[in-house]
Structures are given as C-alpha cells and as structure tokens.
Design a binder for this molecule. Sequence first.
Ligand SMILES: Nc1ncnc2c1ncn2[C@@H]1O[C@H](COP(=O)(O)OP(=O)(O)OP(=O)(O)O)[C@@H](O)[C@H]1O
Length: 326
Amino acid sequence: MPFIELEKLEKVFTVRRRAGLLRREKKEVRAVDGISFAVERGQMVGYIGPNGAGKSTTIKMLTGILTPTGGRLRVAGIDPARERTRLAQRIGVVFGQRTTLWWDLPLKDSYRLAHRMYRIPDARYRENLDRCVDLLQLGDLLDVPVRQLSLGQRMRGDIAAALLHDPEVLYLDEPTIGLDVVSKARVRDFLRHLNAERGTTVLLTTHDLTDIEQLCSRVMVIDHGRLMYDGELAGLHAVGESERQLVVDLERELPPITDVPGARFVRSEGPRQWLAFPATASAAPLVSAVAARYPLLDLSVREPDIETVIAKMYGGTRDERRESLM
Ligand SMILES: Nc1ncnc2c1ncn2[C@@H]1O[C@H](COP(=O)(O)OP(=O)(O)OP(=O)(O)O)[C@@H](O)[C@H]1O
C-alpha cells in the first residue's frame, strides 16, 4: 500500500466579495481541483508550481489542518482530517516562512516542549536530539534564544524540532528560502542523510530547482490546483525546453561570445557574459570550449528557476498543456 495516497482530492474555498454597494456575491476558488497521486514509503518527492497553484492547500490537507471538500486521502493508512492527532505522531512539518520554535526561549526549551507534547519516550528523545544536534551542528546554539538565531540556524533548529518524535514522513515547505549557499548545502546534506539512513518519506515544496535536483528522484508540478507533470526532473526540463546559463567572467570586456557550439549568447555587462544552453546538456564541454578560447577569470552555472521552466511548459491552453504532459 502506498504511504501517501490521494484520489481526486479537492478543496474548494467559497469566498464572498463585494459586488456593489450593498450586494455581495459568492465565488468559488478551486484551490485543489482533483489531484491524484501515490507516494511510496522512503521516496523524496518535489511538489512544485507557481504561486497560488495549490501547494500549501495540499500540504494542509495532508496534515489534517484543512478538510477536503472532495476526493479521498490517506497518509500511513490514516484519514488526516478525521484523525489529526494520531497522524501528528507520524508526520513532521517544516514551514520555511514560519517557525514552530518559541521566539523568546532558548532553542533547547522548544525541544523540551516537543518532548512533552509528543510524549516521546526519554531514551528516544535523547537519541534523536543528539543525532540532530550532531548532524545539524546545533551544539553551540542550544542555549541561544531563537530570536537571536540567523535564518539558516533557525531553519536547522526547526528541522530538528520536526524530527524529535521520529516521524515517518516529513513535509517541507520552502526549507531553503532565503538561506545562503553554505546553509542551503547543510540543509540538503542533512535531508539526504535522513532519507538514506532512516528511510523518511519527504515531500518538498520549493522554488529552488537545485533543491529538487539534489534531493528528489521525482517531481510533481501543479498549477491551478491540477497535476500537470509527474516524473523525473530531467523529463520536466525536456518538456519545458528549459535552459541553464553559464555566467562567464572574462579578464576584460570583449565582444559577445558567439562561437561556442551549443551555447547561445544572452547578454553582457562589462566583462561578464551570460550564455544559455539546454538544461539537459552537460556544462563541462562548454566550460572547456570557453576556457580554451577566452581569457577566463571565473564562471558559474545558473539553474533555471521553477517559474521559468513552468512558464515555458505552458505554451498552449491549460488543457492542451495537460494533455501533452500526462
Ligand atoms: N483560506 C482560503 N480561503 C480562500 N482562498 C484560499 C484560502 N487558502 C488558499 N486560497 C486560494 O487557493 C489557491 C491556492 O493557494 P495555495 O496557498 O495552496 O497556493 P500555493 O501553491 O501554496 O502558493 P504559494 O507558492 O504562493 O504559497 C489560491 O488562489 C489562494 O488564493
């Protein structure tokens, strides 16, 4: 039996809005509009889509915070809306934009509260806390009030808090948002380790394609409450014909680089030039071709952002797009 199972899941919000001085009219918002998918235990899945696509609404139904208006939903065999408390023992949730930690208390006090709240047996709590402190490098931070932590430290603190009760599934909503490169790498390393060592199932919502690339074997794209794509990231790039960019810093300002096969000149700014190439191609041959012909100081590869990939995917009408993708 799949660990997470959605069948034609629906959430319709009814909103009232003013339609004149006295008149109000009702409007339906189909935030989740018939989504079906199954996730096996131990999978790491990216759940992505543009703003307002319905990602958070799906996650809220998966945790039992919101009740579906249609369809069927099971997580670990449990109906989340009906048995939210029982499910809470088996899931962990991290929202990048909000913290579940107590702002004015030292980090360790929030963990003590989680210990009580989830009634975690003492030995297990100790073991999980030690492991998280070690892997997330929280040792020096335990006595620091949460409001004094940097965003990256706070995020690591939040991830640990979500894992103290050994959840089998972890929902992560933008876990790397606003983090610097080093903090992002730490969070990703930890999640990879968690998944490999403990087989934790992970559902990850993000706007950062590198998160998906480094962590998820499977990605689902939703838009307007519908599932538009379900497969490997490479397939998404192919469907979206997306491009990566090589950012080249030359020793001096030079005419546009147009003689490197497989690369397309995009723009330049002084000695810096941007070259686009298909996201499915390897950057290595381009890098050597540029390095062989030009005086190179530095270069980096920029991944396409999710909005660009999705925008490219969505050339035609929604239904045409859907048919071509499914
Ligand atoms: N409580 C609510 N009442 C009315 N409409 C809502 C409510 N919550 C969400 N919506 C609407 O449902 C749609 C989906 O919202 P949702 O927050 O799930 O999107 P999202 O994909 O998580 O977006 P983002 O990336 O911006 O967080 C949006 O049109 C939103 O305005």
